[in-house]
Design a protein around this ligand. Structure first.
Ligand SMILES: Nc1nc2c(ncn2[C@@H]2O[C@H](COP(=O)(O)OP(=O)(O)O)[C@@H](O)[C@H]2O)c(=O)[nH]1
Ligand SMILES: [Mg+2]
Length: 359
């Protein structure tokens, strides 16, 4: 600056350029890399989609349309699982058999292909079976087989979803399930007071199933934070890819590997214990001690269970001085996602300030 022969206009322009450069410099300083990690079905992709919808670029109609085949497939898979397990459980002596009038329909749906269309005819059949008490009782045993956690939402909306010209809403997208493969990232450009970008967050989402985990290593360098997501409601479920392994035990074992990695020595560790909505209902009906043998607290007791689960995760770090920021979350609840995003931002930015000697 200070160019002697500059006219007022171009001195203004210089000022502007300098401002922009300064801003760019700041942005460069405030770029953060965050990794979402955790077992399959814990809610990583749902969290990231929801954060994107609220704080980033909302989903376009085209992107919502991409979810359509998955949403319909989710409904078919769920109803088929209920049709199959209603009989298996009934043969074990449970009160899950469908009425005589619905038996033929049940058999038909038990054999349906998940690539079949889902239109008005299928909707009528599914609705009739869904109304059967035996099917509703089968759903109470959902921890015994694989069925999407949001099946009730999808069944409640299946008429609309079956219609010609149906366009998925963002809410539908949130309640759908598409197994993630590979690595996806979302960039958040966060603005400060004067509407200028002050921070850039790049958040990576990965596939959580065992076969996907070898791809994670490529992302491990220079992470500002790792966000580990575990499903609280998984305590009485088994894995999609291995029905002998308890879902929460898998999450604990995976967390132990991740939290003690040299690559993450200087990264912040955030633990999102997710699906609290499902957990709150589940813990009233199932004994935690039946699944996590070391639990000595009161069964059917929410606080005792949460405290035990949090401690189980925290006790896995080799370095007890490593801070783990824990949150109880529900990735389908917008208020909760806002709070999650804010706390994530605080944790990561505070770290940056403390390194620069500000706090
Ligand atoms: N009820 C409920 N469902 C959730 C929650 N988080 C995710 N889901 C559902 O759980 C399923 C798996 O979530 P997803 O984000 O694909 O898991 P990922 O494999 O970790 O990416 C989807 O059907 C989501 O709609 C939650 O907090 N509550
Ligand atoms: Mg995913």
């Amino acid at each position: 600056m200070g160019c002697m022969n500059s006219t007022p206009e171009n001195s203004d322009a210089n000022g502007k350029i300098e401002d922009e450069l300064k801003q760019l410099d700041q942005v460069r300083e405030s770029r953060y890399k965050l990794l979402l990690l955790g077992a399959g079905e814990s809610g990583k992709s749902t969290m990231l989609r929801h954060m994107r919808q609220i704080h980033g670029q909302p989903f376009s109609q085209e992107e919502l349309m991409d979810a359509l085949p998955h949403i319909r497939k989710n409904i078919i898979e769920s109803m088929r699982a209920l049709a199959i397990y209603s009989e298996i459980l009934a043969d074990e002596g449970q009160d899950t058999r469908v009425s005589k009038e619905n038996e033929e329909l049940r058999r038909k749906i038990a054999k349906i292909n998940d690539r079949d269309p889902f239109g008005s005819e299928e909707y009528e059949m599914f609705q009739q079976l869904w109304n059967d008490k035996g099917i509703q009782r089968t759903l109470e045993f959902r921890h015994r087989f694989q069925i999407i956690d949001t099946a009730e939402y999808l069944f409640a909306n299946m008429k609309r979803i079956s219609e010609i010209g149906y366009i998925p809403t963002f809410e539908d997208l949130l309640h759908s399930r598409k197994r993630s493969t590979g690595i996806h990232d979302v960039i958040f450009r966060l603005k400060g007071k004067n509407n200028k970008v002050t921070e850039i967050f790049q958040v990576y989402d990965v596939g959580g199933q065992r076969s996907e985990r070898k791809k994670w290593v490529a992302l491990f360098d220079n992470c500002d934070a790792i966000i580990f997501v575990a499903a609280l409601s998984g305590f009485n479920q088994t894995l999609w890819e291995d029905n002998r392994q308890n879902n929460m035990k898998e999450a604990l074992a995976l967390f132990q590997q991740i939290i003690n990695m040299d690559e993450f020595k200087n990264s912040h560790a955030i633990l999102f214990l997710n699906k609290n909505d499902l957990f709150t209902e589940k813990i009233k009906k199932f004994k935690l001690s039946d699944y996590l043998e070391d639990f000595k607290g009161r069964d059917y007791h929410y606080e005792d269970a949460i405290q035990f689960i949090q401690q189980s995760f925290a006790s896995l770090r080799n370095d007890p001085s490593k801070l783990i920021y824990g949150h109880i979350t529900c990735a389908t609840d917008p208020k909760n996602v806002k709070a999650m995003f804010d706390s994530m931002r605080n944790i990561v930015v505070r770290q940056e300030l403390s390194q620069a000697g500000f706090v």
